[in-house]
Design a protein around this ligand. Sequence first.
Ligand SMILES: Nc1nc2c(c(=O)[nH]1)N[C@H]1C(S)=C(S)[C@@H](COP(=O)(O)O)O[C@H]1N2
Ligand SMILES: [Mo]
Length: 204
Amino acid sequence: MDFLKRRKQEEQIKSEGRLPPGQSLTQKFPVLTYGPNPPFNPETWDLRVFGEVEKEMRWTWAEFQQLPTTTITTDIHCVTRWSQFDMVWEGVLFRDFVKLFGVKPSAKYVIAHCDYDYTTNTPLEAMMDDNVLLAYKYDGKMLELDHGAPLRTLVPKLYFWKSAKFLRALEFSTVDKPGFWENAGYHNEADPWKEERFQRRGWF
Ligand SMILES: Nc1nc2c(c(=O)[nH]1)N[C@H]1C(S)=C(S)[C@@H](COP(=O)(O)O)O[C@H]1N2
Ligand SMILES: [Mo]
């Protein structure tokens, strides 16, 4: 990150209020994964959609890469208090993707299922934003394994744990199903502008 870009960003933070409360700007891309990285085998990998959909479907890695992609530039905010501005991501726009199989009106939540059983839950409405991706490129290059290769969700308006790495399936559900971190005490909604970091649950 060169000096001028950094200085420009610092000015932007002050003038535009781009940094949510309690966050600080980083130029790095930290890695946060619970447990080891799952190995990626392009021959056996698949992505499935199931639950409240018109048609349950499955894509191989070769098939998924044929889908049209969108590139977005976005700010990302992690609950561990780093934010990074102007990250460039490419992938399949979620709101385009759902047209391939049709979502039933009864679907209200999307549960992302990942290798090694990481899950995270998001209201369908939030997933339909115009910057939610099934992302496989970052900064013009294929996603690194540390950052969730081959495929992750990207839900920029929520804290970054809602962006599921090593994605393998999307479940469309009538009921909400708190995921891995949500069950461990992270906030169910995760809006960085409201500082929805943690949430007391009944059992602790
Ligand atoms: N499958 C999976 N997805 C995950 C995680 C994980 O442990 N496993 N960690 C989450 C958390 S807490 C964060 S902050 C981001 C970190 O993404 P990064 O490592 O690319 O920065 O991924 C999220 N997605
Ligand atoms: Mo995180």
